[in-house]
Design a protein around this ligand. Structure first.
Ligand code: GRF
Length: 222
């Protein structure tokens, strides 16, 4: 499956995808697109030998569609992409665009809820659980069907930085798991945590090494 990744920032999620999508993986990163010419994500793409495209105007749907089509993208991943995708693009790639959000949707989402704002809102709410959500992108901000979530405990002494780091470590596992599952299935599929693997732990290494890849199963409903 040919995957286009859109990213605005440093691109650590992109890096996790680049690392997971090496031959003989069923998915490959076909192009990386950013609204920022200086985005670290574009640099990561170039280093990996993947075409890197900086958009002149992120509102220009035809330009975005032209890039996606030129690179024969079958799946589009928003990995820290901070601009709203034009409606024409969402429509043209219906059910084939996913986004990663660093909190448990449907809470802590919507306009202005990105980066540290999300983690600060989680801490301010007193929630004891956070964690990444991957969802299908629809016309409505952060409201498309949820594809995968993974709980990450909030510690009483967390700052936005420490919580962000703990959630990000899990994002780096969850996003490749979803993309590889989509590639194997030929389309986006929902991943569920299997049995006792769905354990809340304060140790990201434990989630990352044992539970996420092995503990996620494809939903039987799909
Ligand atoms: C991640 O936390 C992601 O959930 C959010 O933006 C951040 C991107 O980080 N949408 P990176 O650019 O992948 O390092």
């Amino acid at each position: 499956m040919r995957v286009a990744v859109l990213a605005s920032g440093g691109g650590t999620n992109l890096q996790a995808l680049l690392d997971a999508c090496r031959e003989p993986a069923p998915a490959q990163i076909a192009v990386v697109v950013s609204n920022h010419a200086a985005a670290g994500a574009l640099e990561r793409a170039r280093r990996a030998g993947v075409p890197a495209v900086a958009l002149e105007d992120h509102r220009d749907a035809q330009a975005i569609l032209a890039v996606l089509r030129r690179h024969r993208a079958e799946l589009v991943v928003l990995a820290g992409y901070l601009k709203l995708l034009p409606a024409e693009v969402v429509h043209a790639f219906r059910d084939r665009i996913i986004n990663i959000h660093p909190a448990l949707l449907p809470s802590f989402c919507g306009k202005g809820m990105y980066g540290h704002h999300v983690h600060e809102a989680v801490l301010a709410s007193g929630a004891t659980l956070s964690g990444p959500t991957i969802h299908v992108v629809t016309a409505e901000y952060d409201r498309g069907p949820i594809v995968a979530q993974w709980p990450v405990p909030v510690s009483p002494d967390d700052t936005a930085d420490t919580l962000a780091a703990r959630v990000l470590a899990v994002e780096h596992q969850l996003l490749p798991a979803v993309v590889l599952a989509a590639a194997r299935a030929g389309g986006v599929v929902r991943l569920l945590a299997a049995g006792s693997a769905f354990t809340v732990t304060a140790d990201p290494a434990r989630i990352v090494e044992s539970a996420v890849p092995a503990g996620l199963i494809q939903s039987q409903e799909e």
